[in-house]
Design a protein around this ligand. Structure first.
Ligand code: CO8
Length: 257
């Protein structure tokens, strides 16, 4: 694995996955997501694992999908790359997934944290869906999961302004399970995983499936709708301008085309 570190026996019955592209703030490129998908599949099949923690580092959980990898793509390119089949497989992980988030959890990074079953955040965590600032929109479940987690008004505000919220605010809005000082977030995530790992793994799997089922029937339809619109943003000049401006470290000039 090049972009993630895996410790299958991090603690008894607990595996740890660390996203590991620190220079790029763990931006989620296609290879990293493929590695994550394959690892989760292997851990799902490993009887010595009953709970899985996904984390980044103190500065970044993940600052989003890799903008540099997407910048030159057309809507058709994006459709053909079909990266969401990887996300779909990740979402089908049977074992409980805990995201331990410190620093940036933005765009695809926030979406990955929300794909997990629970989130433990550090006080320095920053959650957001800033895709709008680079001329696109969330594509990996952000418009669906964020809305369900924090309600329409706040979700709309975050998705339309791209502003970040702190771990404390995220806790207040119900996005995360617990917020703790930065020295404690891995400890808290591990403690939660340990508690779950003491339960019957069969009951945990079935209970997870059932909680998810409470909104997944609608989620499927919502995700399909979101994806189509996300691809459509790649048919706009504003997407090219927004991503290029990010890479060139300048302010974008949107023309509505
Ligand atoms: N993609 C690629 N590179 C990135 C990304 C990213 N998302 N985020 C940061 N980097 C890179 C920077 O380009 C920089 O590289 P370099 O040193 O070569 O210039 C390095 O990481 C460090 O970043 P900064 O210098 O910008 O660090 P700062 O501390 O000044 O700023 C920020 C940190 C605020 C997090 C800033 O980096 C930023 O705004 N990043 C982009 C955040 C963003 O817009 N995320 C959304 C991306 S789009 C998306 O996620 C779509 C999801 C839907 C589809 C999912 C499919 C996978």
């Amino acid at each position: 694995m090049e972009f993630i570190k895996v410790t299958p026996e991090y603690k008894p019955y607990i595996a740890l996955i660390e996203l590991n592209r620190p220079k790029e703030l763990n931006a989620l490129n296609l290879q990293l997501m493929g590695e994550l998908r394959d690892t989760l599949k292997a851990l799902d099949d490993n009887d010595k694992v009953r709970a899985i923690i996904i984390t980044g580092n103190e500065k970044a959980f993940a600052a989003g999908a890799d903008i540099k990898q997407m910048a030159g793509k057309s809507a058709v390119d994006m459709l053909k790359i079909d990266q969401f089949s990887t996300w779909d497989q990740i979402r089908k992980t049977k074992k409980p997934l805990i995201a331990a988030v410190s620093g940036f959890a933005l765009g695809g990074g926030c979406e990955l944290a929300m794909t997990c079953d629970m989130i433990i955040a550090s006080e320095t965590a920053k959650f957001g869906q800033p895709e709008i600032k680079i001329g696109v929109m969330p594509g990996a479940g952000g418009t669906q999961r964020l809305t369900k987690a924090i309600g329409k008004a706040k979700a709309m505000e975050l998705v339309l302004t791209g502003r970040f919220i702190s771990g404390e605010e995220a806790m207040q809005y119900g996005l995360v399970n617990k917020v703790v000082p930065v020295e404690m977030y891995m400890y808290e995530a591990t403690k939660l995983a340990e508690e779950i790992a003491q339960m019957s793994p069969i009951a945990a799997q079935l209970a997870k499936e059932s909680v998810n089922r409470s909104f997944e029937t609608h989620l499927d339809e919502g995700l399909t709708f979101e994806r189509k619109n996300f691809y459509l943003t790649f048919a706009s000049e504003d997407q090219t301008e927004g991503m290029q401006a990010f890479i060139e470290k300048r302010k974008p000039e949107y023309k509505g085309k």
